[in-house]
Design a protein around this ligand. Structure first.
Ligand code: 3H9
Length: 712
């Protein structure tokens, strides 16, 4: 090799010549996103390589942990700046010297499109390839829809684009997405080794655009397209971009490469303009911003090597599994041997099911279960770094548990409660170390649901909050900081929009009509289906608990109580709002429930009225948005985005609508406020406009503004 020569390209893209090889490195932390400077730099690097007669091969690399994580998502929605990524990819492909991409880490979206435009590809062991644009309401917009099918076939390419999930190096090799795997860890060495081979064999340029789908493969390709199109409604209900993906891939069979590119570009621009794209990108950033909380900025997390869980019921076992899955040894404490045995069985059951379904091998199950130990003596928790209490939802019971934890846990251990509504400040005051007490509100099933509300009591130390967020990262959960109040962020808002549903029910809508409207909006299920799934007895208990403090001015709808009095608790009892014959999990409408509803209306002296689907949704969502605004206004949520993330990850709010407060901005705050005021004319006690909503609507502001000002 001759002495490296530097070229004066942009800082984020540097090029150097090593003998006949033009090594182009993208160095744009944190993820080498393809912002305008990177695009310009890449363009200039290829131009320079073409001009330099001594260059025979170009090698493209990413510095750091990732190759390229895709287009710079922050640029979407702003005026586009030349060169477009699609032009950069075309330029790479048109290079007169062979271009090799050496991929370590992620090659996602536009990053993979750069790889597809190169002529040769090598993957290192940790490489991940994906076209995740669909998760952002988009389609690959830099030639991916045209090049991927030409390289790996229509069906595989459709899967990559419609699933959006990453595949590893071995699968990429098997599909023909890359030409080879390198076992090393250094992309420069791997790339140069491959380049030497290509030079030795005088490998030519090999534009992907020149490949054709072979005539023999076309019928199967068309079949894959037809199947994908037929599945669209069911799999991607309400989403705009998946159908555009299928259309663009169809062009691979029907049109020239350049026509296909134009069609892709048009579809990409259409997708960029949709509220779905805005909502999905809001969700992407909101999820990451939610982890940025003041306490985590001020303190380092405490060490976290061993955890305790008190309680082996469904919740405790789910939390234990979440910890075990993350490789954390768990000590479970129960009050006696039979309860402990049940706890152990609950944990084992989760893993056995995974093994049965082929999602986990038996050896891995055993390895994880080996990290579990159980005890009936609290002393077993003496050495844990963090303990999560998941016992019965009752202040006296929890206080007794915390007294034990206070007695046995080592100094500095974080003491967490998984309560979903109790006052953690009060709980913290009962121990000698309130600075160590925090709320970790997991959602059921705790090993699956992504949301973790981190509830921050008044006296908790910053490093305990930071530990909560570090734990969430370790468990691959999405954490949201919540203040102390009844129900924290999520359950507090839920209580209010559920009440709005009950008023709709009392006034004339059927539970089935309400559920359907809510599903049509994009929730996976409606509130009555949800109650049947969770068990009606849970809500019944909390209604009874709240009865003495209920605002007497608020209407009370006792219909759910009538069902519970009959023992109709939902799926687990075979009937609730719906009928579940023979353990079925899909409910059937129940005329007897409708008769009870009719009777109750009569008893309340209500003449039922008709509600359209739109009427239902306006009330349901206005109630949700209004309480969400209160939660922000009172500082229970730091920012509107924290509410959005909570509702997206814990309550099934459709991601493509961005969460209730993003959605409110899109609808227009004055529209939402006008609705609330109109509803208030009929029921002024329930429909009290949130002061924050009034203020924002009054000055033409938005929840988005508050996200921006609250960040950092
Ligand atoms: C696309 O490519 C369209 C093209 O087809 C066509 C265009 C014409 N842009 O997640 P992390 C930030 S669409 C801007 O915490 P990790 C992120 O916000 C794009 N910023 O790290 C965070 O910032 P901060 C298709 C981005 O290690 C920081 O980087 N690509 C982008 O857990 C670290 O991120 C995707 O959808 C971006 N593309 O995960 C991939 N990506 O520190 C999206 C990340 O200020 N990205 N940031 O909070 C990911 O999936 C993950 O970030 C990744 C790293 C797996 C890469």
């Amino acid at each position: 090799m001759t002495e490296p020569q530097q070229s004066p390209t942009m800082d984020v893209v540097t090029s150097r010549r090593e003998g006949p090889v033009w090594v182009v490195t993208i160095d744009h932390p944190p993820v080498n996103a393809l912002g305008v400077e990177v695009r310009r730099g890449l363009m200039a690097a290829i131009e320079a390589a073409d001009r330099d007669a001594d260059v025979r091969v170009v090698l493209i690399l990413g510095a750091g942990r990732h190759f390229i994580a895709g287009a710079d998502i922050r640029e979407f929605g702003r005026p586009s700046q030349a060169p477009l990524l699609t032009d950069v990819c075309n330029r790479i492909e048109a290079c007169t010297k062979p271009v090799v991409a050496a991929v370590q880490g992620s090659a996602l979206g536009g990053g993979l499109e750069v790889v597809l435009a190169a002529h040769y590809r090598v993957a290192l062991p940790g490489a991940k390839f994906a076209l995740p644009e669909v998760t952002l309401g988009l389609l690959p917009g830099a030639g991916g829809t045209q090049r991927a099918p030409r390289l790996i076939g229509v069906e595989a390419a459709l899967n990559l684009m419609l699933d959006g999930k990453p595949i590893g190096a071995a699968q990429a090799l098997a599909l023909g997405l890359v030409d080879r795997q390198d076992a090393g860890t250094d992309p420069v060495a791997a790339g140069l080794a491959y380049v030497q081979e290509l030079l030795a064999s005088q490998a030519p340029v090999r534009p992907t655009r020149d490949r054709q789908i072979a005539a023999a493969d076309r019928p199967a390709a068309q079949q894959a397209l037809d199947a994908a199109r037929a599945a669209l409604d069911k799999k991607y209900r309400g989403l705009f971009s998946p159908a555009r993906i299928v259309d663009a891939v169809q062009a691979v069979l029907d049109r020239s490469f350049d026509e296909g590119l134009r069609l892709e570009r048009d579809a990409f621009v259409q997708c960029l303009d949709t509220p779905q794209r805005q909502a999905l990108i809001h969700a992407f950033f909101a999820e990451r911003e939610a982890a940025k909380v003041p306490e985590a900025g001020r303190a380092q997390p405490r060490p976290l090597d061993r955890v305790g869980v008190v309680g082996g019921g469904t919740m405790g076992a789910g939390i234990a599994v979440a910890m075990l899955d993350a490789g954390l040894p768990v000590v479970m404490v129960e009050r006696d041997e039979p309860s402990l045995e049940r706890g152990r069985a609950n944990v084992a059951k989760v893993y056995d099911r995974l093994v049965q379904r082929g999602r986990l091998d038996a050896a891995e199950r055993d390895r994880r279960l080996n990290l579990w130990s159980g005890a009936t003596d609290y002393q077993a928790l003496a050495e844990v770094d963090l303990v999560v209490e998941a016992v019965f939802e009752d202040m006296a019971v929890k206080t007794a548990v915390f007294a034990e934890l206070d007695r046995v846990c080592k100094p500095g251990a974080a003491l967490a409660s998984n309560t979903s509504y109790l006052d953690i400040d009060q709980l913290a005051r009962t121990v000698s170390r309130p600075q160590d007490v925090i709320g970790l509100h997991f959602f059921s099933p705790a090993n699956i649901m992504k949301l973790l509300e981190i509830v921050v009591p008044a006296q908790v130390a910053d490093d305990v909050v930071a530990t909560g967020f570090a734990l969430a990262r370790r468990l691959k959960k999405v954490a949201v900081r919540a203040g102390v109040c009844d129900g924290f962020i999520g359950n507090r808002i839920l209580a209010v929009y559920r009440q709005a549903a009950d008023y709709l029910l009392a006034d004339g809508a059927s539970p089935y009509q309400i559920d359907q409207a809510v599903r049509h909006f994009g929730f996976p299920m409606g509130p009555y289906q949800m109650m049947d799934l969770a068990g009606g007895d849970i809500g019944w208990a909390s209604r009874k608990r709240r009865a003495p403090t209920r605002d007497p001015n608020l209407r009370y709808v006792p219909i759910a109580d009538r069902l519970c009095e009959r023992g109709w608790f939902g799926q687990k009892t075979g009937r609730g709002w719906y009928l579940y014959p023979e353990g079925s999990r899909t409910g059937q409408e129940d005329p007897e429930v409708q008769a009870i509803v009719d009777q109750e209306r009569q008893d309340m002296g209500i003449v039922p009225r008709t509600f359209t689907e739109e009427d239902i949704l306006r009330r349901y969502l206005a109630a949700m948005i209004n309480e969400a605004a209160n939660v922000v206004h009172q500082g229970i949520a730091l920012r509107p985005l924290d509410v959005d993330v909570t509702m997206l990850y814990g309550y099934g709010f459709p991601r493509y609508r961005g969460g209730p407060l993003h959605y409110a901005d899109q609808v227009g705050l004055d529209t939402v406020l006008a609705d609330i005021r109109a509803f208030a004319a009929q029921d002024p006690h329930f429909w009290i406009p949130s002061p924050l909503l009034v203020e924002l609507a009054g000055r033409g502001g938005s929840f988005k503004d508050l996200n921006q000002s609250g960040q950092g």
